[in-house]
Design a protein around this ligand. Structure first.
Ligand code: FAD
Length: 461
C-alpha cells in the first residue's frame, strides 16, 4: 500500500516527521540504517551530556572544601561511567521505539535510496531489498564528522566525536583540533576528568557564534581551569611515535609543534548525502546540504529535507521542529509557517546559551540598538550555589525597546534561555518585561535584572 510519507533517517528530525504524520492520521514508514535516535541520541547531544554531568560532579568535588565539606579521596570508574552513559541511551532509544509503535509508524532497518519521487528502495540490513511506494519523501539523514585535509589525520588511533565517547582511559593529554561547540564541550569534559587539554582553532576565535563579550570572559575562565586555547593556528600534520602524537601547524609567527598522548578531530560536520541517489534525482544541494525552500521542500515537489542534512542549523531541536512542520504541511495544515527563534546551548563551564541576535549582528545589520549586562555575581541564588561566574547580556532595539537578543553565560544557562526565547519570539519590549515578577532567590532574577538594566530600571545595578 502506498504510504503518505517515507522518512529516510531515524534521528530527531526523521522520527518527529514520521510520528507527527501518523498523529495527523497519515501512514508513515521510517528507514534507519543504524540506531534509532541518530547522532543526537547515540553519539551527540545525549552521551556528551551524560559525560558533562560527570564533569560537573568532579568540578564540584574539586571545590568541595569551599562548602565546608571534607572528602577523603575519590577516583574515576570508567566502566561505570560507560555503563551509565549506555543505560541512558538505551532507555531513550527504547522510548523512541515505543512512541513509533504507539503511533503505528512502520520501521525498517536498512539503507534508503530514492528511486523516483514516489519510490524508495530499502536495502535491509539482512540483505533483502524492498521498494516502498509513497506520496512524499522526507530526507532526514543528518550529518557526519567533516574530514580535514591534514596529513596523517586518517590514523585510526586519532579520536573523532564518536570514538572518544567510548573512551576506556583518561588521556594524560588531549589535543583537540577545532574550537567549535563539539571541540569545546569535549575540552571541558576531559579537563575536569584530569587530562591536560589543548585546543587548536583555525579561526581567530573559538565558539564563533557567541557574543564577543561572553567569549572574552569565557576564555579567561577556561585558562584558569587549565585549558590551553590557541586560535588562528592551522594544523598541517599529525604524526605518531611510540610514545605520543606530534602535531605540526603554523600561526602568524611560523611553525608550531605540539605533543599529546591523544588527539581529537572535532572540526565541523558535513551533510550525509551518500547513497541517497540525490544527484541522479536532480535534487539541488551544495556543500552545506540539500537546498530547501521555506517549507523545507527540495526543488522536486513532494521531496523534503529536514534537520542537519539541509544545513540550516545543526541542532537537534531545530531538526525536530522542521520534521513536525513538514508533516503538518503534508497532512494539510496550511497555517502560516512561523520561523521561531532557535535557542542554542553550549555545555562548557559555565554553560553558554543564546537566542536572537548578538551585538555584532545588530551592528552589521545597521540596527540602532542598546545593550545591558548583569552579572551572576550580583545574584543571591548564584552566590548560594557557589556559581557566581558569568553574566547575561541583552540587545534591544533603541528605537522601539524590543528585546532582540539574549546571551547567557552562567550556571543553568541552557535552562534560563527559554524565557529569553519567549521574549524574543513575542517581540516583547524591555518595559513590558520589567513588569513581570521573578521569584526570589532564583537565577531567573539575573535575566530580569539584565533586562531592567537596559532602561536603567534595575535597583541592583
Ligand atoms: P541525525 O541525528 O544525524 O540522524 C540521521 C540518521 O539518519 C542517522 O541515524 C543515520 O544512521 C541515518 N541515515 C543516514 N543515511 C541513511 C540512509 N541512506 N538510510 C537510512 N538511514 C540513514 N545538538 C543539540 O541540539 N544539542 C546538543 O547538545 C548537541 N550536542 C552534540 C554533540 C555532538 C558530539 C555532536 C556530534 C552533535 C551534537 N548536536 C547537538 C547536534 C545534533 O546531534 C544534530 O543536530 C542532530 O542529531 C541532527 O538530527 P537529524 O535527525 O537531522 O540527523
Amino acid at each position: 500500500m502506498e504510504k503518505d510519507v517515507v522518512v529516510i533517517g531515524g534521528g530527531p528530525a526523521g522520527y518527529a516527521a514520521a510520528i507527527r504524520t501518523a498523529q495527523m492520521g497519515g501512514t508513515s514508514l521510517l528507514i534507519e540504517k543504524n540506531n534509532l535516535g541518530g547522532t543526537c541520541l547515540n553519539e551527540g547531544c545525549i552521551p556528551t551530556k551524560v559525560l558533562y554531568r560527570n564533569a560537573e560532579i568532579l568540578k564540584t568535588l574539586k571545590n568541595i572544601e569551599n562548602f565546608g565539606i571534607h572528602v577523603d579521596g575519590y577516583s574515576i570508574d570508567i566502566e561505570k561511567i560507560q555503563e551509565r552513559k549506555n543505560n541512558v541511551i538505551d532507555k531513550l532509544r527504547n522510548g523512541i521505539l515505543q512512541l513509533l509503535k504507539k503511533n503505528k509508524v512502520e520501521v525498517l532497518y536498512g539503507i534508503g535510496k530514492i528511486q523516483d519521487k514516489n519510490t524508495v528502495e530499502v536495502i535491509l540490513n539482512n540483505g533483502e531489498i524492498r521498494n516502498i511506494r509513497t506520496k512524499n519523501i522526507v530526507i532526514a539523514t543528518g550529518s557526519t564528522s567533516a574530514r580535514l585535509p591534514i596529513e596523517g589525520s586518517n590514523n585510526p588511533q586519532i579520536f573523532n566525536n564518536k570514538t572518544l565517547l567510548d573512551f576506556n582511559k583518561v588521556s594524560k593529554s588531549l589535543f583537540i583540533i577545532g574550537g567549535g561547540v563539539i571541540g569545546m564541550e569535549f575540552a571541558n569534559i576531559f579537563n575536569e576528568m584530569g587530562s591536560e587539554v589543548t585546543v587548536a582553532e583555525f579561526m581567530p576565535a573559538i565558539l564563533q557564534q557567541v557574543d564577543e563579550d561572553l567569549i572574552k570572559r569565557y576564555k579567561i575562565l577556561a585558562k584558569k581551569r587549565g585549558i590551553h586555547i590557541h586560535t588562528s593556528v592551522k594544523i598541517n600534520k599529525i604524526e605518531k611515535d611510540e610514545k605520543e602524537f606530534i602535531i605540526t601547524g603554523e600561526n602568524k609567527d611560523g611553525e608550531v609543534i605540539f605533543k599529546s598522548e591523544d588527539v581529537l578531530l572535532a572540526a565541523g560536520r558535513t551533510p550525509n548525502l551518500r547513497r541517497l541517489n540525490i544527484e541522479e534525482m536532480g535534487i539541488n544541494f551544495d556543500k552545506k546540504g540539500i537546498k530547501v525552500d521555506e517549507r523545507y521542500m527540495t526543488n522536486i515537489p513532494g521531496i523534503y529535507a529536514v534537520g542537519d542534512v539541509n544545513g540550516i542549523s545543526m541542532l537537534a531541536h531545530s531538526g525536530s521542529y522542521q520534521g513536525i512542520q513538514v508533516a503538518e504541511r503534508i497532512m494539510g495544515n496550511e497555517d502560516t509557517l512561523i520561523l521561531p527563534p532557535i535557542p542554542s546551548c553550549i555545555f562548557v563551564f559555565p554553560e553558554i546559551s543564546s537566542v536572537g541576535i548578538t551585538e555584532k549582528e545588530a551592528k552589521d545589520k545597521g540596527i540602532k540598538y542598546k545593550t545591558s549586562k548583569f552579572m551572576f555575581g550580583g545574584n543571591g541564588k548564584a552566590l548560594a550555589m557557589g556559581e557566581e561566574e558569568g553574566l547575561i547580556k541583552i540587545i534591544a532595539d533603541s528605537e522601539d525597546d524590543t528585546i532582540l537578543g539574549v546571551q547567557i553565560m552562567g550556571a543553568h544557562a541552557s535552562d534560563l534561555i527559554h524565557e529569553g526565547m519567549i521574549a524574543v519570539y513575542k517581540k516583547m519590549k524591555c518595559s513590558e518585561f520589567s513588569h513581570t515578577i521573578h521569584a526570589h532567590p532564583t537565577l531567573s532574577e539575573v535575566l530580569s535584572e539584565a533586562i531592567m538594566t537596559v532602561n536603567k530600571e534595575s535597583i541592583y545595578s
